[in-house]
Design a protein around this ligand. Structure first.
Ligand code: ZN
Length: 340
């Protein structure tokens, strides 16, 4: 038996195993503390929910119901194999079971058939609720089974346990039938096979989420050709390409312009980002910002450029004596992310 993993540790272990994780609300601190012990832990209990639909199943497992307060497990595993973490710490999932089974799991020996319910399993087991009606007809998609295998393997690997530490609820107590639709012996064989590979060495069924935010690409454009800004006229700023970003894209963009320092201090310098279609037509979503005088000015915009749209920038100058200003230099820089 072992000290339970921290929330941070289990999250890292799941992700290292290639599991896609959804963190639900305050799962790290949502538990049944004060209603019994949590730990030492001996293994993992696999359940079926007798529900359908991810949102409804996650809500029930997080909140519980009249007579059985949540969390009803640590993670809900949906039909795609995504693990929705709903709680961490003591959870209402295993209930009473056979102390002889606990001893066998702790020793990773063959399981006796449970025939008494004398031991609080919520102390000693992690629990995954897997979305299935439990009627023997609702299918178990391979993506879901693979997510279940990896989730169990992640905990076993973190503790140095074998697949013998993974049991079905029906193996814990003679009052339950879950999980129904596959054999626990076959499931354990699959967990054992998984544990023989290093995490991440086989193609995950869902993309690994090593980081929440992928590394950005960088916009880095500059142009030092002089441009005359006729008074009161918007002038598009050309770099190598007048288009700063083509959607779909998430971006943080900084445009820096340098005007002739001899420009009068009361000269009005307006810059604006705007969207067009890919033909440069139908401009919209202007973001006009005002500066004064010559020298350097910066204009920043963060946001999303939708698919089929281009982001551009233009500049307008006005002087009290209606003379032109000269734009000497401009740069456009910043990180961006292609979005699906
Ligand atoms: Zn159960």
């Amino acid at each position: 038996m072992a000290t339970p993993l921290t929330a941070a540790r289990v999250l890292a272990a799941l992700r290292a195993e290639g599991v896609t994780v959804v963190e639900v609300g305050n799962w790290r601190t949502h538990n049944r503390a004060g209603h019994g012990a949590w730990g030492p832990v001996a293994g993992v209990v696999v359940h079926h929910t007798v529900t359908s639909g991810t949102a409804a199943s996650v809500a029930i497992c997080r909140d519980g119901y009249a007579g059985l307060p949540g969390p009803l497990c640590h993670g809900v595993i949906d039909k795609q194999g995504v693990v929705h973490l709903v709680g961490w710490g003591r959870a209402n999932h295993a209930g009473k079971g056979d102390g002889d089974v606990l001893a066998a799991v702790a020793a990773e020996k063959a399981l006796p058939t449970p025939n008494e319910n004398d031991t609080d399993g919520n102390v000693h087991f992690y629990g995954f609720e897997c979305i299935n009606l439990g009627d023997g007809k609702d299918p178990w998609p391979d993506a879901q089974l693979e997510g279940m295998v990896r989730a169990c393997a992640a905990l076993c690997r973190a503790h140095g346990w074998s697949a013998g530490s993974v049991i079905g609820h029906k193996e814990w107590t003679n009052t339950k039938t879950d999980p129904r639709g596959f054999t626990m012996a076959g499931f354990r064989a699959r967990v054992a096979a998984r544990l023989r590979t290093a995490p991440g060495t086989t193609t995950p069924t869902t993309p690994p989420q090593e980081d929440d935010v992928p590394n950005p690409m960088m916009l880095n454009e500059s142009n030092a050709t002089d441009v005359e800004l006729p008074p009161g006229k918007w002038v598009g700023l050309a770099f190598a390409d007048p288009v700063l970003h083509s959607g779909p894209r998430l971006h943080h963009t900084l445009v820096h312009v340098t005007l002739d320092a001899a420009a009068p201090d009361d000269a009005l310098v307006e810059g604006r980002f705007y969207l067009t279609d890919t033909a440069g037509k139908h401009p919209s979503a202007f973001q006009t910002v005002t500066r004064y005088g010559g020298g350097g000015h910066q204009f920043a915009l963060s946001g999303t450029v939708p698919a089929g749209k281009h982001l551009r920038f233009e500049l307008r100058a006005k002087t009290s004596d209606a003379t032109s200003l000269t734009l000497l230099h401009r740069t456009a820089t910043g990180p961006y992310w292609q979005t699906p």
